[in-house]
Design a protein around this ligand. Structure first.
Ligand code: CUA
Length: 328
């Protein structure tokens, strides 16, 4: 029974949005085969060691050996078990692992073309995502959209402490180090939604540093980018009060394209279109932004946005209702 439960629990981790054993891209397939190869290798070593251990208990006549024969036997055990076997295992792992690591590097493509670049910056505790583009840079947060079926180079860095960018079903992970840009190439085989998670402990809300990653068909990706290049519409009269509240309390940290240029908090230009709030803390649904504004220090304690206790609940509701309309 205990074995069945342990097995079921273990196997449950093999699928789902964050499983390295359910790869959805070449880099992740390489990592998964490396994992299975190592599991098989270590399984063989384990079985061998247990077999030798059991054999040691078998009652038997010890053959009479001269001291010289004993020395030779001991030497062959040390040579075989202590040097040859570990050496061969390490060489095998190296032959398997080095090409895998090489394939993850953003080397020039055979045709000389360069993949699209998406810049991701880790902050305590959210993700800034930038799409440098000649037609105009697009900025978003905590929600990354990429084209499927083509390689994408991620240039990652950290704004404050070390974070790590990890999309288990596509590959990775890679450190996001302040003052340095690390590069990783990932490709999604087909459109889909993939979980991504900060993989380096970065402070009290490390667990609430999730990234919603969506791979879409290349044409849909171009449409998505084009929609985000347009600034959101000016708030109409119904949202005028919310805009005043935003100008007074939020605009120094948050950007809304065309209206406000704060840059220390997440860009909110398309917040109405995101899947979650607080980098995976709360699912986006009607009324969720107002709830987040009122309770964010309870939902994600220690996050860098000050509490809004000095604002009236109806002001927060109005603010949430306007922000929900920011959908490109
Ligand atoms: Cu960012 Cu852990």
């Amino acid at each position: 029974m205990a074995l069945a439960v342990a097995l079921a629990t273990g196997l449950a981790g093999c699928s789902g949005s964050h499983s390295i054993l359910d790869p959805a891209g070449q880099a992740a397939r390489d990592v998964a085969s490396l994992w299975w190869g190592m599991l098989a290798g270590f399984g063989l070593v384990f079985v061998g060691v247990v077999a030798l251990w059991l054999a040691a208990f078998r009652p038997r006549e010890r053959p009479a050996r001269s001291p010289d024969q004993e020395r030779r036997l001991a030497r062959s055990w040390i040579l075989g078990g202590g040097i040859l076997l570990p050496g061969a295992s390490i060489l095998l792992l190296l032959a398997f692992g080095v090409p895998t690591g090489q394939r993850l590097l953003p080397l020039p493509l055979p045709g000389g073309e360069t993949p699209r670049v998406i810049e991701v910056t880790g902050h305590q505790w959210w993700w800034e995502v930038r799409y440098p583009d000649e037609a105009g840079e697009v900025v978003t947060a905590n929600h990354l959209v990429m084209p499927a079926g083509e390689p994408v180079d991620f240039h990652v860095t950290g704004a404050d402490v070390i974070h790590a960018f990890w999309v288990p079903r596509l590959g990775g992970k890679i450190d996001m180090i302040p003052g340095r840009i690390n590069r990783i190439r990932l490709e999604a085989d087909a459109p889909g939604v993939f979980g991504a998670q900060c993989a380096e402990y970065c402070g009290v809300q490390h667990a609430h540093m999730q990234l919603h990653l969506e791979a879409v068909a290349p044409a849909a990706f171009e449409d998505w980018l084009a929609a985000r290049r347009e600034p959101p519409p000016e708030p109409d009269d119904a949202h005028a009060a919310a805009r005043d509240t935003f100008a007074a309390h939020c605009a120094s940290c948050h950007r809304v394209a065309g209206l406000y240029q704060g840059d220390s908090g997440p860009d909110l230009s398309d917040i109405g279109a995101r899947a979650t709030l607080g980098a995976g803390t709360l699912a986006m649904e009607e009324g969720a932004i107002a709830r987040w504004l009122a309770e964010h220090q309870r939902l994600k304690p220690g996050n860098r946005m000050p509490a809004h206790d000095h604002l009236a609940p109806e002001d927060l509701e109005a603010l949430g209702a306007w922000l929900e309309t920011l959908v490109p």
